[in-house]
Write a new protein. Structure first.
Length: 331
């Protein structure tokens, strides 16, 4: 890498503080009004701290105090810290989904950086959409940036026992086929299908998670078995596979009747969990008409394990079944 160190007069922030004019005088006087002495910012790079903390953000609860550590680090490195609060997107509380607001945060962060006298930025994020949104903003403004990830969500305890995602996201199945592989229990609302094995397995989810428009997912329907090639990340407990034709080539345009299957030697290669098959099972399980529409989240898999959230329509479709097995009125 080349040495691109800037002199104080070429810093971006110098456009605000350095000129000998009325506008720059206002910037300097307002900085001093807040208690900052000229020697604290004069000739130093101003480093923004984009903080996505809020009281409704369990992933970022520690950011309120962690930002002070970031400020100390910037001061020790010879910079001047400037904290800028940005839109906080909490997966736990924001409805209907944070995905609707990722680009809004990106625009918010971009304008914060573009409109303030900053030369670089520390991006404090982590809760799903905050990281890409902040990175998009920093890249658009073209400022040097460092991401400070929030890390894992803060632990909680129930009756003295650690409660985490593994306890909150449950499959609600019996044990007819072993732990986490039994039949769905009708007295419970069933979650979105998982493509991450029995828990949160990155290799498993990355290997077998297919998008809702992928022909390998939507084109396979119950019918004739074809041979299959085992995916290198497959495990005996949660096999994953890539369908292939008789010559061993991956199938990219499935024909009617093809589906995931056993290999030619009889080895179990993968579960027959495709969109059409899930839709058929969903309708039967919820006593729906054979041509009834099915919510997308009921038949497409989550890549990060068991998703604790389901759509409103998915919940409505399951109400009658749950009420019947619990001997309760549906209304």
């Amino acid at each position: 890498m080349t040495d691109n160190k800037k002199s104080p007069d070429t810093l971006r922030s110098a456009r605000w503080f350095a000129p000998d004019d009325l506008r720059a005088f206002g910037h300097r006087s307002r900085a001093m009004q807040m208690g900052y002495a000229p020697e604290e910012w004069k000739g130093r790079p101003v480093i923004a701290i984009l903080n996505t903390w809020s009281d409704a953000q369990p992933c970022h609860m520690h950011f309120k105090s962690r930002v002070d550590d970031v400020k100390r680090g910037i001061l020790m490195a010879g910079g001047f810290p400037m904290e800028l609060p940005a839109l906080s997107l909490s997966e736990s509380f924001l409805k209907p989904t944070t995905m609707l607001y990722r680009n809004l945060l990106a625009m918010d962060a971009e304008e914060l950086l573009r409109g303030h006298p900053v030369d670089g930025v520390v991006l404090m994020g982590g809760c799903d959409k905050t990281t890409p949104a902040c990175l998009m903003a920093a890249a658009t403004v073209n400022l040097p940036a460092i991401v400070l990830s929030g890390g894992p969500m803060i632990d909680s305890y129930v009756d003295g026992k650690l409660a985490g995602s593994a306890l909150l996201g449950q499959s609600f199945t019996d044990t007819s086929a072993g732990k986490d592989h039994g039949n769905p229990l009708p007295q419970y609302f069933q979650p979105r299908p998982s493509d991450a094995g029995t828990g949160y397995q990155g290799n498993s989810s990355g290997a077998s998670n297919l998008g809702p428009s992928n022909p390998l997912l939507v084109g396979f329907i119950p019918g004739v078995n074809i041979s299959a090639k085992r995916n290198p990340y497959a495990t005996p407990a949660d096999p994953a596979c890539v369908p292939v034709d008789p010559s061993g080539n991956p199938v990219t345009s499935p024909s009617p009747g093809q589906k995931y299957a056993r290999s030619s030697d009889g080895e179990f290669v993968c579960y027959a969990q495709t969109v059409p098959e899930r839709a058929i099972a969903y309708r039967q399980f919820n006593d729906m008409a054979a041509n009834a529409s099915v919510p997308v989240d009921a038949v497409t898999a989550s890549a990060s394990g068991l998703d604790p959230d389901i759509s409103i329509q998915n919940a409505i479709d399951q109400v009658s079944r749950v009420a019947r097995f619990r001997h309760l009125p549906a209304a």
